[in-house]
Design a binder for this molecule. Sequence first.
Ligand SMILES: [Zn+2]
Ligand SMILES: [Zn+2]
Length: 347
Amino acid sequence: MVPNRDTKKPVGQPYRSTFILSVKTVQGLQKCTICGKAGVFNREYTHDCLCKACFCKSITEKTRKAIAKNNMVRYGETVAVAVSGGKDSLALLLVMNELSIKHGSRLYAITIDEGVPGYRDESIRLASDFSSKLGVKHVVLSFKDLYDLGLEDALEQREGKVTSCAICGTFRRRALDLAAIKVGADVVATGHNLDDFVQTYMINLFSGDIQKIKYADPPASSNPNFPVRRIKPFQEIYEKEIAFFAYLNDIPFQVASCPHMNEGIRTEVRNFLNTLEMKHPGIKQMTQKSAFKIAEQLNKGDSSKKMLEKCEKCGSPSSGKICSVCLMLEQFKPKSKISVTSRSSVQ
Ligand SMILES: [Zn+2]
Ligand SMILES: [Zn+2]
């Protein structure tokens, strides 16, 4: 078993979310509101009961509308779907594949291998198998290839209070950009859902992180920290519905969570929001709309987002002279001769 510094969870053991189990047992007591066939899903915030076909179609349609409304993908662009092997990203790959066939855009699946033995091996296999089933080209880039440093190595060397998620997130965000550039993608699509969005928004509110709240404005969708545009086509869809969509479509996905995951306050915020949603169906959507409005107001006439510098070491967009990835690499590999971009440019 791999040593685990953050939690007591062993690597590779499945932690099945209770909502996935509960959602599987939803019984269609009523007929489909749209077509009259046997219903399988009660959508409480609209008071609709949907059959399998109408439910799946509604997910694809909601995704298509979110993309069109926010101009997420422009005509002729190449999209790289970041596929972790979890339900959200694999479901996104399925939907984006369907939409790309209809709209003639090119699609890639990209997976970042952080170097977590057991956990990541399983997810790469799931991502790879599902991509080839759909006929989508799958590209895997590892921390080891890009930075000459796996996550386990970094965790061994870390000092102070920096969390594994902070280290991993910093390296992974850059790795996704580099993978997208490698396949010639104009945009990276991630599987973030409505629940992720609202949880993050609440956490940013608690910490007063105005800058991050600004980036919630989807039409602006221009977080300058990312050289390749980021989109979240599932951002208006409930996590529960994506899980059910993945189940109905027989998508084999990874249920194990990362053994290094340290969610902090997020678990409490998630539980709080789920309780609230049960009592007041649709409140997560209302919170998101409120976040969009606030972000829009914050972005009006604000040009500070465009004032990023270039990192002196690697040339990436950076708020300081040296970007966060290079700073972190210096911390872990003070004698490193490898720069992020020089490695990444190797095809
Ligand atoms: Zn129906
Ligand atoms: Zn840099």
